[in-house]
Design a protein around this ligand. Structure first.
Ligand code: HEC
Length: 254
């Protein structure tokens, strides 16, 4: 679904110079699309540094487990990894064939988003109101409309609820990794989608959050928000305890 949100729509949601004066200025990360050999808007990865799901997958094969493909034909070795650099491939074909890569792309594309739970109950509804009030929804955009470009017709023209604008935001010095990636600087991160986040513990058996897993739960993740999200965090801190709990209960319903 995220692959199929039109680039024009992502750009329309950007506000690089904060012209509406709400303190939030998301901007796109323009990244290199290896297949089409051009700059496009990034949408996957912690800094939105991958343009589409297929390149994200091929990049993971190459960078995480050292398997080459037509998109990334050279092994990913650092300067000091001499053995890695001299290791030869088996034959001159990439280790991962296009057919295999396409199959994995299809599989990952078709993984369903879990349905929301407890939609009509309190405190979920109260938490949802607070989510808007505290400006969380300005970055974690609740609704997006998919386009018509997917090879899976059922993905076209769908209203989806990913809770992300797919833009990068300055999150302040405390979250910085000082490691620029294409146009995202060392303090900027992509708004991560929140759909499915309430099932993280059940599925992944842990509740670590944020780009380096430093937050031990949802509340800690909110408390690390700074930079453009400083105001939202302060609104959270100013809430009554029961409201803070309602907001977290809402997040757990996603
Ligand atoms: C200025 C944009 C912005 C605002 C406003 C904002 N967030 Fe975020 N949020 C982000 C970004 C960017 C990250 C990722 C930061 C990182 O990984 O270092 C994030 C991460 C999170 C995470 C962790 C997700 C994960 O997968 O690790 C949660 C939960 C979250 N935000 C909830 C909220 C809530 C609740 C509010 C309102 C109180 C809020 N956010 C306001 C941009 C924003």
């Amino acid at each position: 679904m995220l692959d199929n949100i039109p680039e024009a729509q992502i750009l329309q949601q950007a506000d690089p110079d904060d012209s509406d004066g709400d303190g939030i200025s998301g901007r796109p990360n323009w990244v290199w699309d290896v297949a089409s050999q051009q700059k496009v808007v990034g949408r996957f990865g912690w800094k939105a540094n991958e343009p589409n799901l297929k390149q994200q997958i091929a990049g993971a094969f190459n960078g995480d487990i050292g398997i080459t493909s037509n998109l990334f034909s050279q092994p990913s070795c650092s300067e000091t990894q001499a053995d890695c650099q001299t290791a030869t491939q088996l034959g001159d074909q990439p280790e991962l064939s296009d057919v295999f890569l396409d199959k994995i792309n299809t599989y990952v594309s078709l993984l369903g988003v879990p349905a929301r739970r407890n939609l009509d109950s309190e405190p979920e509804q109260q938490g949802e109101r607070l989510f808007y009030q505290a400006q969380c929804a300005s970055c974690h955009l609740p609704r997006q409309l998919t386009g018509e470009a997917s090879v899976h017709p059922e993905f076209n023209n769908q209203r989806v609820h990913p809770y992300t604008d797919l833009l990068v935001h300055d999150m302040g010095p405390d979250l910085a990794d000082n490691r620029p990636d294409f146009e995202a600087d060392g303090q900027e991160w992509r708004t991560p989608p929140l759909w499915g986040i309430g099932l993280q513990e059940l599925v992944n058996k842990h509740t670590f959050l944020l780009h380096d897993g430093r937050a031990r739960n949802l509340e800690e993740a909110i408390l690390w928000h700074g930079g453009e999200a400083q105001q939202a965090k302060e609104q959270y801190l100013a809430m009554e305890q029961s409201d803070r709990e309602a907001l977290v209960t809402f997040l757990n319903s996603l």
